[in-house]
Each structure stands twice: as C-alpha cells, then as structure tokens.
Design a protein around this ligand. Structure first.
Ligand SMILES: C[S@@+](CC[C@H](N)C(=O)[O-])C[C@H]1O[C@@H](n2cnc3c(N)ncnc32)[C@H](O)[C@@H]1O
Length: 376
C-alpha cells in the first residue's frame, strides 16, 4: 500500500478540535515495535484491538500486501466509523474486517496490536480473550501514553503471559510486549451485576462500562426527577446509556414508553441489555450501539434523557456533550422533552437553550444540575 500518512487521519465522526488528535505517540510506537512481527505473520494473522481512528489498522495494513487481511475489534462505533471513513479516503485497498471480541476475532492470531484501555477490567477481558483464542506463539504489543499506564496493567498481563516486558518510553508513550501465552480456565461471565437495594435495581456491567455496577452520583440525582416527566408514552431514549440505569428506570416507571438505550460502546450496549433483562424489562428496552443516535430519524422521539460525557477519549472536552445535545435536538419532535444532568460548573443551560429550546432548571444540589429543555 503506498502513500498512507498518519497526518491525514481524521477523527470524524468523533468531535474535532485543535487539541484533539486522530493519532498518538502510542500508535506510532506500537507499529514501530511490532513491524517485524507484523510483516512475518502476514495474511489474517494480525489482529488490532482498541484502534481509535484507524492509525493502527491502516498503519499495519501499510506494512502488508494489498491482498492481506486484518481482523479488528473496536468497542466504540464512533471509532469504527472513523476507521471506515479514513480507509475509504486514504487507503481504499486496506483489507480489514470488524469482529466482536472473541473466538472469530482471535483464532490463529500470531500478533495482536492493542491500544490499552483505561480500565483494568477491560484489559483483563482482552488479555483473557487473546490467551484463550490466539495461536500458541502469539505476541501481544500493548501500548499507551505513559500518563495513563500503571504497573497494575503488567500484573493483569502476567496472569495470561509467561513473559511481560515494558519497553523504553518514546514521546511519552510505552509498549508492553507479552509472550508465552498461558491458556486460561473457564470463560468469565460477560457482565458483573449488583443489586442496589435503595433503588430496587439490578445494575449489570461489561468490563470498561462507565461506573461499572455502581450508580454514578450524577445519575442518582437525575433518577429523582424521572417520576415527574411530562412524557409518559411514545418513544424515549436513554442517550449515552452506559449500563442502562436510566433506561431501566424509565421502562419501570412508564409502561407505555418504548425505551431505547443507546451508546457508542459495545460494552455499554451489552450492559444495558443485561440490566434490562435482570430487572425483568428485557422486552421493554431496546439496546442500540450507535454514534449520537445517528440511526434515529429526525423528529422521531418524544423524550431523551442524558447524563452526557465530560471527556472525549482521555481529554476533558465539552464537545462530546454538545454533540449529544445537537443529536437530541435533531431526533426530538417539536414539543419533545430533553432531561440532562451535568456538573453545575459546566453551565450547559445556555447551550441547551440555543441548541434545543426553552430550558428550565429542575433541580440543583452542591454538585449537579438537572434541566428540562423543550424542543422548539
Ligand atoms: C457519563 S456516561 C453516562 C452513562 C449512563 N447514562 C449513566 O448515567 O450511568 C456517558 C456515556 O455516553 C457515551 N457516549 C459518549 N459519546 C457518545 C456518542 N457520540 N454516542 C453515543 N454515546 C456516547 C459514553 O460511552 C458513556 O457511556
């Protein structure tokens, strides 16, 4: 493949800004450290996990022949769309296929390139899958920015590999190389669960999902306002659903609502479906992996409830929340209702007013504000 350049990669459809990038030093270091093994492994033996916007996949494809194929797993559909978009524009000959994390992704893999996840549980799940399904001689190159890496990551990898070696840092990135795979025993449960007595609610969480099986304090504050909604029937969306606590509560409170729980993360969508099922609401909550409700038609929804993200990847950035407010404005019908909880210092109220419509404060405590906007 000729002419691929990291500098041309775009984050689209993820938010873009001067201080947000589509490639980082970890992508470059992983590819440099793994290059010889990628070339030696060749067709269908290289797997990419956790690629952000396509740097790892298109960088690895650049090392291989045009007819060679790569297998890829990305938790985020936003990243999946960005990779597809970058490939179409920059590397139309790159051959890669997306898979869920599991047997099909990893069987026969001899090299795995991994952008380290933030959560140790997510790393454990990935390392287990690699150790369970990949070839006997698999080598895992797991990289990240040093500021996000901890010694505990080495310990997780040592559960599954006989040799775990952290390489030298370069431009604030580092790669851990793991070899001599040790096959794990029984497959782990896909989701953990916890019953919250005070809420009468089971919360299920796949590794890496926001707040795990706990209930975030902002979410908890928001739940208190759900019994007083104007909308009690029609279509409702828990936007950025995480473990699907809001969706489950909406479905339990309002039997006439058709509730969708939607998130960009595969782990979140799996969790939300499991949370609904654990609370006897499986038929009542539809879990959808989607980037900012991209698959929902305009003006098709009566109610959106959202506890928005305050970061984009690892960077604190309001753009991620503003993107969801814009999406809510698009999918809500005129007169439809948007409930949002946010850290009070963020002062999203004027943005909600300009993006969605008239916005009133429903409540405020020491830390959080809950607002209701009516789609104009
Ligand atoms: C603060 S968490 C809230 C999770 C859950 N609603 C709760 O209250 O526990 C924000 C969620 O938004 C999701 N998210 C961020 N950007 C998104 C996007 N563009 N489309 C869909 N979901 C997104 C994240 O994956 C994360 O699960």
């Amino acid at each position: 493949m000729a002419g691929f350049s990291f500098g041309d990669l775009s984050r689209y459809p993820d938010i873009e800004a001067g201080n947000l990038f589509a490639v980082d030093a970890a992508d470059r270091l992983i590819l440099d450290e793994a290059a010889d093994e990628v070339v030696a492994s060749g067709n269908n033996a290289v797997v990419i996990i956790g690629d952000r916007y396509g740097a790892l996949t298109l960088g690895a494809a650049d090392l291989l022949d045009d007819e060679d194929s790569l297998r890829v797993h990305q938790d985020s559909i936003t990243g999946e769309l960005a990779l597809a978009n970058n490939a179409a524009v920059l590397a139309p000959d790159a051959g890669f296929t997306q898979y869920a994390l599991g047997r099909e992704l990893l069987t026969g893999a001899r090299v795995v390139l991994l952008q380290l996840p933030r959560s140790l549980e997510a790393l454990d799940q990935i390392a287990d899958a690699v150790a369970r399904w990949a070839a006997d001689d698999v080598v895992l190159f797991a990289g990240g920015l040093t500021k996000h890496m901890t010694p505990a990551m080495n310990e997780v990898l040592r559960k599954y590999f006989g040799t775990v070696r952290a390489g030298l840092g370069r431009q604030k990135a580092r790669v851990i190389t793991a070899r001599e795979v040790q096959r794990p025993g029984t497959e782990p449960e896909p989701t953990a669960r916890q019953f919250h007595q005070d809420l009468g609610l089971w919360v299920c969480s796949a590794p890496g999902t926001f707040a795990g099986t706990k209930v975030d304090i902002g979410t908890r504050f928001l739940l208190g306002f759900l019994p007083r909604l104007e909308t009690s029937s029609g279509a409702a969306v828990d936007l950025g659903c995480g473990t699907g606590i809001i969706a489950a509560r909406l479905a339990a409170l309002y039997p006439e609502l058709q509730v969708s729980a939607t998130d960009q993360s595969a782990a979140a969508v799996e969790s939300a479906a499991a949370t609904a099922a654990a609370n006897g609401l499986a038929g009542h909550v539809n879990a959808v992996r989607d980037d900012a409700m991209g698959s929902f038609p305009d003006a098709s929804v009566d109610l959106v409830v959202c506890n928005p993200p305050f970061h984009a990847g690892a960077a604190v950035h309001a753009g991620a929340a503003l993107k969801l407010f814009g999406a809510a404005a698009r999918v809500l019908r005129p007169g439809g209702e948007l409930l949002v909880v946010y850290n009070s210092h963020l002062d999203y109220r004027s943005r909600l007013r300009s993006t969605v419509g008239p916005t009133q404060q429903l409540g405020r405590n020491r830390k959080f504000t809950v607002t209701r906007s009516i789609r104009r």
